[in-house]
Design a binder for this molecule. Structure first.
Ligand code: DGL
Length: 272
């Protein structure tokens, strides 16, 4: 990958398998309002969660190549599935700019905040089967116990807008029961879509369980990293994110409202 000229004014590149990474865009905007953001949602190939490692790694490389055309100063991998299975591919493809993934940021926050040392993690099948969250948490502290559960139905429920719906309550109750029996005190939302269902997840897990939103965790990490490298954008205005999708921009528009709570700026359709 040829080196490119980056400055504090260069954008932060963020990508996800689809619309879910907007939870990360929102968190980054809240934490770093002056930064320019370029976002790619691979809506033609979503979901990544049920796919093989080989496919996920191929997609991760192509998504990174697309973002690199916009000369970002940092890449944030908003997709937990890519963070779990292909962060090294993103790093190799992006040369020497910093790459941070939601997974490590979420794992660090969970390890720091758990009091009982019993941490629950929920995510897609690929993320949970990779065991990457458990490995990242145990690398920080081998005494922490991690209880994981794949919750594949949460992604379509979030995309359907079933935020406070009885179907979601039923599914969430089923998915979370095992983790709650294991007496976790911390629960990592290890998938981009789950912050949308946070209220429901919180109401089922109860006040004794601290919810970790990897989106917020990765945004604070990005801020810390850019500040330590003197790469924070000195501007004061808030720019609209530059949005790109690989299919169905109209559907993306509808979901944008749900994820961001505001109207969507223009979206560019790109071929993959
Ligand atoms: N973005 C994915 C993640 O965070 C969820 C959707 C998908 O399966 O692609 O794991």
């Amino acid at each position: 990958m040829p080196q490119h000229k980056i400055s504090a004014d260069s954008p932060i590149g963020i990508f996800d398998s689809g619309v879910g990474g907007l939870t990360v865009v929102k968190a980054v905007q809240a934490c770093l309002p002056s930064e320019r953001i370029i976002y790619f949602g691979d809506t033609a190939r979503v979901p990544y969660g049920p796919k093989s490692q080989v496919t996920i790694r191929k997609y991760a490389r192509e998504d990174t190549e697309l973002l690199m055309k916009h000369q970002p100063k940092m890449i944030i991998v908003a997709c937990n599935t890519v963070s779990a299975l292909a962060l090294d591919v993103v790093q190799q493809t992006s040369g020497d700019i910093p790459v941070i993934g939601v997974l490590k940021a979420g794992a660090e926050l969970a390890a720091r905040q758990s009091r009982s040392g019993r941490i629950g993690v929920i995510g897609t099948q690929a993320t949970i089967h990779s065991n990457a969250y458990a490995c990242a948490i145990n690398e920080l502290d081998p005494n922490l116990e991690v209880f994981s559960k794949a919750c594949p139905l949460f992604v379509p429920l979030a995309e359907e807008g079933f935020i406070d719906h009885p179907a979601t309550r039923l599914v969430a109750g089923e998915y979370l029961s095992e983790l709650l029996t294991s007496k976790i005190d911390t629960l990592v939302l290890g998938c981009t879509h789950y912050p949308i269902l946070r209220g429901m997840i919180e109401s089922i897990s109860g006040a004794g369980v601290n919810i970790i939103d990897s989106a917020e965790a990765v945004a604070s990490k990005a801020k810390y990293l850019l500040a330590s490298e003197g790469m924070l954008n000195p501007g004061t205005g808030q720019a609209m994110p530059h949005l790109m999708v690989s299919d169905l921009p109209q559907k993306f528009r509808e979901l944008y409202r749900l994820f961001m709570g505001t109207e969507m700026p223009d979206v560019e359709l790109v071929g993959m």
